[in-house]
Design a protein around this ligand. Sequence first.
Ligand SMILES: Cc1cc2nc3c(=O)[nH]c(=O)nc-3n(C[C@H](O)[C@H](O)[C@H](O)COP(=O)(O)OP(=O)(O)OC[C@H]3O[C@@H](n4cnc5c(N)ncnc54)[C@H](O)[C@@H]3O)c2cc1C
Length: 284
Amino acid sequence: MIPNNFQYHRAASVDDALTLMAKHGMDAKLLAGGHSLLPAMKLRLNQPDVLIDIGHLKELRYIKKEGNELVIGAGATHDDIAHSQMARETFSMLSEAADLIGDVQVRNKGTLGGSLAHADPAADWPAVMIAAHANIEVKGPQGTRTVAADDFFTGFFSTALADNEIITAIRIPEPPKGTNSSYQKFMQPASRFAIVGCAASITMNGRLCSKVSVAFTGLSDAAFRASNIEAALFEKMPTEENITAAVQKAGEGVMAMSDHFASEEYRLHLARVFAKRALMAAAK
Ligand SMILES: Cc1cc2nc3c(=O)[nH]c(=O)nc-3n(C[C@H](O)[C@H](O)[C@H](O)COP(=O)(O)OP(=O)(O)OC[C@H]3O[C@@H](n4cnc5c(N)ncnc54)[C@H](O)[C@@H]3O)c2cc1C
């Protein structure tokens, strides 16, 4: 449980971190809250020679409104989000998900940016960000670019982030009036990671759903949007009957994971159960 030797650099700013990344290349890793990277280093699953610490950078730690977007700095901790009134008012699933992550220590140190970059298939934020139609802002030597959350998670622990880029912010468009959301998960009892988690948001126009967003985590090798469930509820009333029928499509066309926590069949069952809970809560 002791990591390999490594050099430690405390970056003075995002730009300084980019310079250090350019200097050390593939030997370096960013360190934010350390709650995914350090356990992986202790298990020698990850053995960087250089750590570039960005965990203390104030320029990355904020939650604010900019025009019609909620903007969350990559360095905002899970706890910052759990306690942000602005986040709760934009999408209640943001605070619900934050509250369900790990324990107090994990929530106090772990960051949104770190969780998205790590892309653990059982992490909560990826599903929430897909359901929220978030855009992930990343900075590299060539400047800043934005990647839609839908395109960001490319597979098992892999993302669209290049090795020389830093996630700087997450931009969440203000949902239309009449939108309500929920995040529900079946958690591993010790770590509280999602065995299956579902983020759902519904916008009502009169008695019908004018917009439905549903995303899963834990079910497959990466979080993904359940377009089939969204389509099944579009312009329908969000009744229990309609929601029950729609969630039967959970996992259709998806290679569900099977491991010592849950079999493929059990995960697919959980996906239906937790999608129904999330949609019923969002429909209230
Ligand atoms: C006991 C325990 C329980 C947990 N339970 C849960 C849970 O219930 N749900 C859940 O979702 N997660 C859980 N986690 C994971 C936790 O949320 C981590 O904090 C999170 O996944 C990583 O964030 P971090 O800031 O700690 O990143 P770090 O561990 O510092 O970094 C993780 C990876 O991201 C990279 N990175 C970090 N910041 C950036 C950035 N801004 N730009 C680009 N790359 C970056 C690092 O180089 C590294 O590769 C748990 C962790 C522990 C130890």
